[in-house]
Each structure stands twice: as C-alpha cells, then as structure tokens.
Design a protein around this ligand. Structure first.
Ligand code: C2O
Ligand code: CU
Ligand code: CU
Length: 528
C-alpha cells in the first residue's frame, strides 16, 4: 500500500491509477481548489434552523411525514421534525428550564430521546415514553451541564433504526458562559457549521432502503450514498477565517475517517459532552455512529477545501464509493472573516477521580448471528476482496445483493440476534441498578465477535480511562457518551449519574449501531 497521503482522493480514480503517485497528487490538487463542476448543480449545504424556547420557555416539535428529493428527479418519502427531513437545531443555555411539546404526526409510535443530556429517566425519551400517533409529549428539561453539541432522535423499540433512516433526528446545542468567553467561531451557518453525516441507500421507487435481514443485524445499515444535512455532496459558502465544524455522525452504523482534502490539520475542540481542555491537532478523525466532535479548520486564506472520508476497516463499509477518499462537503470560504479564532486553551476539565473503586459493571456486547451474517458476505467474496484491496465489480454486485435481497428476519429472530451480557433487550426488565451521585468504574467490552460496537450510555457524560488497556487519545479524553469497542477489546470508563431513573423509566446502555440496538444489543438499568 502507498502511504495514506497518496490514497486516491476522488472516487473516479481506479486502484491502478492509485499506483501512479502523480495521479493521486493531481487529484489532490483538483480537490483542493474545488471541483470544476461546482457551479453546475451542486446543492448548497442545508443549514438546520436554530430553534430556541419561545417567551414562555416552550420548544415545539412536530414529527411529520414529508417528501424530499435527494437524487435528481426522484422523490423520497421521508419523516422530519418541523420540516420534511431531519429537524431544527435546538438551542438552550445551561441553567435553562425548557418545556418541550413534541407532537407525533406520523402514523406510528415514536419517542424522542435527548442523546447526551444529563436528565432523569422519565424525561429521557427512551423506549418507555412512547408518543402515540396524534399525541403530544411534554417533558420539562432542566439544562445543567457544560456547553456541548448533543442531538435527539427516536428510540422506540424496535424501530429506532428505521425511524432514523426516514429522517427523524436533529441537533441539540447547549451554550454556557465558559464557551461564550472563548471566542470560538459561533455565527450559525457562517463560521459555525453543523454537519450531520448520514449514509443512505435507495429502493428503485425512490424510497429509502431499510431491511432487517441477516446482513443488517451483523454489519448494520450499509448505505451507498452520502448525505450531509440531507444533501448529497453539498457546497457550503462560509466565512473566511477559522471555521468551526460541528460534526454529528448521525448514521445508523457507518464510521468515518475524516480528513481535509488539502491535508491540513483539524483542531478538535469538543467531543460528545463538551469542550476539551485544549485543542487537539489531528490530520484524521475517526467518528463512530452517534458521536459528535467539534473541529476548527483554518480557512483564513479563503481556499476551497473538501471534508473527505477515507476508507475504514469496518466490515462491508468499504464498498464504493467508500473504497477511496470520498468528498462529503466542499467548504467555500468566500465571505468576510467570521472573527472567531482558535484559543490555546479551552476549559478546565475536572480531574479524573483518584481511587475509583474497582469496576462495578461490565457490559459485554454479544452477537448470535454474526457467523451467519459474515458467512453471507464471505460467500459473496467480500473478505477476499478486502484482503486484495481491489474493487471487483462482480463481488460488489454479489455483496450488494446480499445486503439488499437477503430475506427479512422474523421479528423473533431479529430481537434475539444480539445481546448485552448474554441477554437480548427486554422491555420492563432492568438487569441491574446503580447508585445516584457516585463515581464508578465500568467496563464496556466485546464478547467473541470482532465487530465494532460504539457503545452509548444514557443519563450521563463519562470519561474514558482506557481503551484496550491504553490511555485514550487526547481528543477522546474529555466528556463522552459513546465508547467504541472492537476486535475483542474493551473500554474502561469513569461514570457518574446525577439523576435518577426508576424501573418504570430506566436508562439504556446500547450499541449505537442502530440495527444492533433494535436486535437486542441494549440493556436497561436503574439509578437510585
Ligand atoms: Cu442516541 Cu440510546 O441513543
Ligand atoms: Cu442517548
Ligand atoms: Cu454493535
């Protein structure tokens, strides 16, 4: 293999052309000055509208059916919140008390879960607080946590995966004085740019593909089209200057290895639950399903640049167009300087707790059908193709056929496909409880499968103490609500719950590959 830098930067490059370093460099140059086609029909980046509480402190949300055109000339039936696809960016401040009025105007049960919020179990929007069609759910949220980019999405069991595919998801931004004082880029859509990364696949009739078959419960959703804020490969006209990208991996299963097409650095300033102690300079940023990172990018010279995703090792996620660097969005920093800057230091993160007790809980992700699912992909030739680092159209066709055409599982088989601690999720059964306001050490680990599981825990923000026994990289050492485990590894975390969750409305811990979650890789726990 050639070094990373010379990976092909455009999906039009074949592996043979990759062998010519010159071709790769030429591609890099093309991308770094923007694509020539940019005037010709590239969509503008949709920027989700900000939504703050009204004078009465109310935030009104309507989950509604809609229609949107993602592919030229094709209409796709969708769901959205206050619009046809995705939702607004809810904006609150630490100390606020906001009343949500969430109305369900779609013809199926939903919930709305506030991913990353530290709130009690009865407000959490978990599978227990169902909003029936036509009904309105009115929880009050007391916002008491640091500034962060969180998000919201349905959590109805077992249709979360499909509801998110249809378009129910949005950002939930928390501001506070500490973050205000830093001078970070903060003009919404101008130099503070939300980017919701999602992959989709379409049926022949234009509807979103989604099927719970053997492949889905194994690999999770494998899309073949990238959408950023609901648009395929959009262009963002931004300020010139420092840009803040608020990244949400809102995909059901796919991980991204993000980089800038001009090989410049990204400076990570925040992770899932808030700002880091100081910016972390990276050339590449891995993002797993459900995770958020905020990164600053230097666009002071006004040069267009692509945010790209590079091939990852996640099973079945390297099919074209993901077999080479893929442009996700083009940043065109043409406006006036936004005035934000990259600070040297960010916030004082609390010290890790010394003398934590030994691990009180070990969450072990397990898969019952992974051999069968991998068998299907193996007989289609996927593993062999991966090893050879080539893209064989025949194998691709066979793998895509396995993804699309494998028959849907019976509900019973779906719900028992995956496990946490040896048991598939069961509504109404909380296998364990933990103590309120107590610092604990938990382990998240993987059983015998080798798949990636980005594991999320409700009701808290935790700190990763170790990943596979080693100190986490700096950008993962701040507030997190998702810890990835893979290849038989584990994550050790420091965790604490400041809010209760009774057995009627327990918290969830689950893999954020939503097809794993909806097929049993989720558990309930109480906090008292
Ligand atoms: Cu983002 Cu339990 O989920
Ligand atoms: Cu959550
Ligand atoms: Cu998983």
């Amino acid at each position: 293999m050639l070094p990373q830098v010379e990976e092909p930067l455009m999906k039009g490059l074949s592996r043979r052309e990759l062998l010519s370093g010159a071709a790769a460099l030429a591609a890099a140059r093309v991308l770094s000055v923007g694509r020539p086609s940019r005037a010709a029909g590239r969509p503008a980046l949709p920027v989700p509208p900000e939504l703050s509480a009204d004078a009465k402190g109310v935030i009104a949300l309507r989950a509604q059916p809609g229609e949107q055109s993602f592919l030229p000339g094709v209409k796709t039936p969708t769901y959205g919140i206050n619009g046809p696809f995705l939702g607004p960016a809810i904006r609150v401040r630490r100390g606020d008390k906001v009343s949500i009025k969430a109305t369900n105007e779609v013809e199926e049960d939903i919930t709305i879960h506030w991913h990353g919020l530290k709130i009690p179990g009865d407000r959490d929007g978990s599978p227990y607080t169902v909003i029936k069609p036509g009904a309105t759910w009115e929880p009050t949220l007391d916002i008491d946590q640091p500034a962060a980019t969180c998000w919201f999405h349905p959590h109805f069991y077992p249709t979360t995966a499909e509801l998110v595919i249809k378009g129910l998801a949005g950002l939930f931004l928390i501001d506070d004085e500490e973050s205000d004082a830093l001078g970070l880029p903060s003009r919404w859509g101008v130099d503070d740019i939300p980017l919701i990364l999602q992959d989709r696949r379409f049926n022949a009739d234009g509807s979103f593909f989604h099927r719970f078959n053997m492949v889905a419960v194994t690999t999770g959703y494998v899309g073949d089209t990238m959408l950023v804020n609901g648009a395929p490969y959009p262009e963002a006209r931004t300020a010139r200057g420092w840009l803040r990208l608020r990244l949400l991996n809102g995909s059901n299963a796919r991980s991204y290895r993000l980089a800038l097409s001009d090989q410049c650095s990204m400076f990570v300033v925040a992770s899932d639950g808030g700002l880091l102690a100081e910016p972390v300079e990276l050339k590449e940023l891995m993002m797993h399903a459900g995770e958020r990172y905020e990164v600053l990018v230097d666009a002071r010279n006004g040069t267009p640049v692509d945010l790209v995703t590079r091939p990852v090792s996640q099973l079945a996620m390297n099919l074209p167009p993901f077999d080479a660097d893929l442009g996700l969005v083009t940043l065109l920093p043409e406006g006036a300087d936004g005035g934000g800057a990259l600070p040297d230091a960010l916030v004082a993160l609390p010290q890790l707790v010394q003398n934590l007790p030994p691990p009180s809980h070990n969450l072990v992700m397990g898969m019952r059908l992974d051999d069968a699912g991998m068998g299907l992909l193996k007989s289609a030739g996927l593993m062999k193709m991966d090893m050879s680092k080539t893209t064989d159209p025949e194998v691709m066709a066979a793998v895509n056929k396995a993804i699309v055409d494998s028959p849907a599982l019976s509900l019973e088989k779906q719900l028992s496909a995956n496990t946490v601690n040896g048991a598939s999720f069961k509504l109404g059964v909380a296998p364990f409880g933990t103590s309120l306001k107590t610092d604990e050490r938990w382990i998240i680990s993987e059983g015998s499968d080798r798949m990636l599981h980005p594991v999320h825990i409700h009701g808290c923000q935790f700190r990763i103490l170790a990943l596979d026994g080693k100190k986490p990289p700096a950008h993962m050492a701040g507030w997190k609500d998702i810890a990835p485990v893979e290849k038989g590894g584990n994550a050790e975390i420091q965790i604490r719950f400041d809010h209760p969750a009774a057995k009627e409305t327990p918290f969830m811990a689950h893999c954020h590959i939503l097809e794993h979650e909806d097929s049993g890789m989720m558990t309930n726990f109480t906090v008292s």
